[in-house]
Design a protein around this ligand. Structure first.
Ligand code: ADP
Ligand code: MG
Length: 621
C-alpha cells in the first residue's frame, strides 16, 4: 500500500502518519507494529544523522548532540523561549538574516540547523515509513500562531511534501471519532502529551467544526510526571538531580517513564536505576496511590485551563456533549477519572490517544483529495489583528476568536496634505497600543496622488486563509493604487504569551483606554489646529475681531492641554476650540457651496472626514 496523501501528527515527543484506506483511517506502522516515531534527531561527528527510535537510544550516550522537542522552537525567537530554554540541553542561537526577522538555529558540532530543517528530518522519516507520499495534511496545536503554522508548512516543504492544509490537532481528534456525524453539539478535547497540555472547545453545526476557544500550558505534560518520579526516587537514594552527569540523568529519566507507564496498568511497580559505568544500582517500589499524589497538582492545573477554555467559549461543563482524550498521558487512569468528574461525562477513549490526531489528519487529507463530500473544518484567529493608526494606536481589523477563513476591510485616510504614501504596520494582540502588541510586518502604499488630508480613501483588507495565514492589502479608492503583503511575521508567540496577553488586556483595559483616548484626542486637536490655521489664512479677515480673539484664546488653551496628560481637560479644550471655530467653519461652508455652484468638483473643496488617519511613510516624511 502506497498512499500518495497522508495525515501527519508532528508531535513534540512523537510523530506519526496515517492514511485512509477503504474509507477508514489506518496508522502507518513498522514491521514490529510501532506507529510512533520519536521526534528526536541526533547528529554525529562522522556526519551521520539519526532520526526517531535510533536517535532516542543514542540520547543516552550523546545528550548534547541529540535534539528533542524541536516543535517548541518552531516559529519562535529567543525572547519567546525563556522558560523552555532551561530544559533544552543543546545550544540555541538567534540570527537576524534581515532587520526585524529573527531565526533560531540549533548548533550541533559547530553546524547550525533551523528548527524547520530539523522538523523536516522528522517529517522525512515519517514520510519514508509511509512509502514516500507527496502530499500531506499536518496538524498543529490550536494555539499555534501564524509564524508557527508557517514554520510547520515550511518544514513540510523542506521534507518534500506538498502541504495541503495545516489542521488543528483537537479538530483532527474530533474528526477521528466521527463526531461530525452528530451534526450539532459541543466537544471538549483534552490533550495531555509529553510536554504540553491544551484543552479546546469545539462546536459543531451542520457537521462543521469550529474551535470556540483553547487554553493550555506549553510546559506541562508527561515529562513533568517523569520528573516528579525521578525526584521521589532521588530523594530516597540521596542522589542530586542538579548534578551534571547526563548519563545518570538520562537513565533515571527512562526508568521513571517506564515506571509511570507500568502504573497505568499495575497497582504498583519497581523503579529501577542501573548505570553499570557509574557503579549505580538502585530500586524502589512505587504505588499507584503515591503516584496519584504526585499527579494531583498537575491535574489541577489542567482542569484550571479547561475552566478558562469553557469560560471563553461561554459554556458550562454540562453543555459539553462529548469529551475526547488525546495524548499518551491520558492513558493514566487517574487522569481519565478526574476529567470525567470535571465534565460530568465519560470521555472517549476507544481510539488510541497517541494515534487519534494522525487518524483525523488522514480523514481531512482524504476529504481534500476529493474522495469525500465537501466538508469544511473551521478554526479561529487566536489573537486580534490590526494596523497602527496615528500615534501608536492599534486599530483592530479582525478580532480574536473570529472563525477562519475570514476577511475584513476597514477604511482609513491620509493625515497630512499631499501625503502620497502611507505606511501600514500590522500588529497582533489584545492591547490598545502598538508598544504592547506584537509587530507582524509592514508595507507601504505609495503613488497616492497629492490631495488634501483626509481626502484619500484607503481600504485595508485583512484576509486569513484556512491555514490561518494572513494577507493584508491596501487600496486607495480614488487612484486605484494598491499594495499587499503576505505576513511572514518576524517571530511568533508562545501559548503562555498569548494567555498573558489576553490576561493583560483585561488587566490594563482602563489605562489602555485612557492612553488611546489621549492619543486620539491629540491627533484630533492637531488636525483641527492645522485646518483652522489654513482656514484663517483663507477667510480669517471676514471674521469679526471678537470671533478671532475667541479662536486665539481657545487655540492657546488647546495647545496647553495637548502638552498635558489630562484626558478630560483635553477633551474639553477640543470641544471649546470646535465651538470657537464654528463661525469660521460656517464661513468656509458658504464658500464651499459657492465654489460648488461655480462648478468646482466636490473632491477639490469638500474634505470630509472619512476615517482614521494613517501615518505617512517615514522615508517620505
Ligand atoms: P506529544 O503529542 O507531546 O508528542 P504524546 O501524545 O505522544 O506526546 O504523549 C507522550 C507522553 O505520553 C509521554 O510523556 C509518555 O511517557 C506518555 N505515555 C505514553 N504511554 C503512557 C501510558 N501508558 N501511561 C502514562 N503515560 C504514557
Ligand atoms: Mg500530541
Amino acid at each position: 500500500m502506497n498512499p500518495n496523501i497522508v495525515g501527519i501528527d508532528l508531535g513534540t515527543t512523537f510523530s506519526l502518519a496515517a492514511y485512509v484506506r477503504d474509507g477508514k483511517p489506518e496508522v502507518v506502522r513498522d514491521a514490529s507494529g510501532n506507529a510512533l516515531v520519536p521526534s528526536v534527531v541526533s547528529f554525529h561527528e562522522d556526519g551521520s544523522v539519526l532520526v526517531g527510535t535510533e536517535a532516542r537510544q543514542r540520547a543516552l550516550r550523546d545528550p548534547n548532540q541529540t535534539i528533542f522537542s524541536v516543535k517548541r522552537l518552531m516559529g519562535r525567537t529567543l525572547a519567546d523561549l525563556k522558560r523552555e530554554l532551561e530544559l533544552i540541553p543543546y545550544q540555541v542561537i538567534e540570527r537576524e538574516p534581515e532587520p526585524g526577522r529573527k531565526v533560531l538555529h540549533v548548533v550541533i558540532n559547530g553546524k547550525e540547523h533551523t528548527p524547520e530543517e530539523i522538523s523536516a528530518m522528522i517529517l522525512r522519516e515519517v514520510r519514508r515509513r509511509a512509502g514516500n507520499p507527496t502530499k500531506a495534511v499536518i496538524t498543529v496545536p490550536a494555539y499555534f500562531d501564524d509564524t508557527q503554522r508557517q514554520a510547520t508548512r515550511d518544514a513540510g516543504r523542506i521534507a518534500g511534501l506538498d502541504v495541503l492544509r495545516i489542521v488543528n490537532e483537537p479538530t483532527a481528534a474530533a474528526l477521528a471519532y466521527g463526531l461530525d456525524q452528530r451534526k450539532t453539539g459541543n466537544v471538549a478535547v483534552y490533550d495531555l502529551g509529553g510536554g504540553t497540555f491544551d484543552c479546546s472547545i469545539l462546536t459543531l453545526s451542520d457537521g462543521v467544526f469550529k474551535v470556540l476557544s483553547t487554553h493550555g500550558d506549553t510546559m506541562l505534560g508527561g515529562d513533568d510526571f517523569d520528573r516528579a518520579l525521578m525526584q521521589l526516587a532521588a530523594n530516597d537514594w540521596g542522589l542530586d538531580l542538579n548534578q551534571r552527569d547526563a548519563e545518570v540523568l538520562q537513565a533515571l529519566r527512562d526508568a521513571a517513564e517506564r515506571a509511570k507507564i507500568a502504573l497505568s496498568t499495575e497497582e504498583q511497580t519497581v523503579l529501577r536505576l542501573e548505570v553499570p559505568s557509574r557503579g549505580l544500582s538502585r530500586q524502589r517500589t512505587v504505588t499507584r496511590e503515591e503516584f496519584e499524589k504526585l499527579l494531583e497538582p498537575f491535574i489541577l492545573r489542567t482542569l484550571d485551563r479547561c475552566r478558562l477554555a469553557l469560560r471563553d467559549a461561554g459554556l458550562k461543563p454540562a453543555q459539553i456533549d462529548e469529551v475526547v482524550l488525546v495524548g499518551g498521558s491520558t492513558r493514566i487512569p487517574y487522569v481519565r477519572q478526574r476529567v470525567a468528574e470535571f465534565f460530568g461525562r465519560t470521555p472517549h477513549t476507544e481510539l488510541n490517544p497517541e494515534e487519534v490526531v494522525a487518524m483525523g489528519a488522514a480523514l481531512q487529507a482524504d476529504i481534500l483529495s476529493g474522495s469525500r463530500r465537501g466538508m469544511l473544518l473551521l478554526d479561529v484567529v487566536p489573537l486580534s489583528l490590526g494596523i497602527e493608526t496615528l500615534g501608536g494606536v492599534v486599530d483592530k481589523v479582525i478580532h480574536r476568536n473570529t472563525t477562519i477563513p475570514t476577511r475584513a476591510t476597514t477604511r482609513y485616510t491620509t493625515f497630512v496634505d499631499n501625503q502620497t504614501a502611507v505606511s501600514i504596520a500590522i500588529y497582533q494582540g489584545e492591547r490598545e497600543l502598538t508598544k504592547d502588541c506584537r509587530f507582524l510586518g509592514k508595507f507601504k502604499l505609495s503613488g497616492i496622488p497629492p490631495m488634501p488630508a483626509q481626502m484619500a480613501q484607503i481600504d485595508v483588507t485583512f484576509m486569513v486563509d484556512q491555514n490561518g495565514l494572513l494577507t493584508v492589502s491596501a487600496l486607495e479608492r480614488r487612484s486605484g493604487q494598491q499594495a499587499q503583503v503576505s505576513v511572514q511575521p518576524g517571530s511568533g508567540l508562545t501559548q503562555a504569551e498569548v494567555e498573558r496577553l489576553v490576561l493583560e488586556s483585561v488587566e490594563h483595559a482602563q489605562e489602555d483606554f485612557t492612553a488611546r483616548r489621549l492619543i486620539e484626542l491629540r491627533n484630533k486637536a492637531d488636525a483641527d489646529l492645522r485646518h483652522t490655521a489654513k482656514a484663517l489664512e483663507q477667510a480669517g479677515e471676514q471674521l469679526e475681531a471678537g470671533q478671532r480673539e475667541r479662536i486665539e484664546t481657545a487655540r492657546q488653551r488647546l495647545t496647553a492641554a495637548m502638552a498635558g496628560n489630562d484626558v478630560d481637560q483635553l477633551q474639553q479644550a477640543v470641544a471649546e476650540f470646535g465651538q470657537a471655530t464654528l463661525p469660521l467653519a460656517e464661513l468656509l461652508m458658504n464658500s464651499v457651496v459657492q465654489a460648488t455652484l461655480q462648478g468646482k468638483t466636490e473632491a477639490e473643496v469638500s474634505p470630509e472626514a472619512i476615517g482614521k488617519g494613517l501615518p505617512p511613510d517615514p522615508e517620505e516624511a
